[in-house]
Write a protein of this length. Sequence first.
Length: 95
Amino acid sequence: MAKFTKIQLVEEISLYETIESKAEAGRIFDHIKSIIKRALLAGNDVALGTDFGEFYTTTQAARSGEVNGVPYTSPAKQVVKFSVSAPLKALVAGN
């Protein structure tokens, strides 16, 4: 399976009629990423439309266990997750 990279995404953004260059598209994309990061750090969910999905943070519980006979503990921590919308799931599944 091929990976769609940031470079390819910026190229697609640059094709939009009001975007003047790939450099401008790259700056816009980087700014959008920055906005999403700031929102998540502030504890806000980031909804990208009912046809796409939502970034959100949640607390991962502390864990402990054993690896190769060596005990370990992992403290609770905040993690980022993405919830894919039902329409996007259906589109990818071919429905």
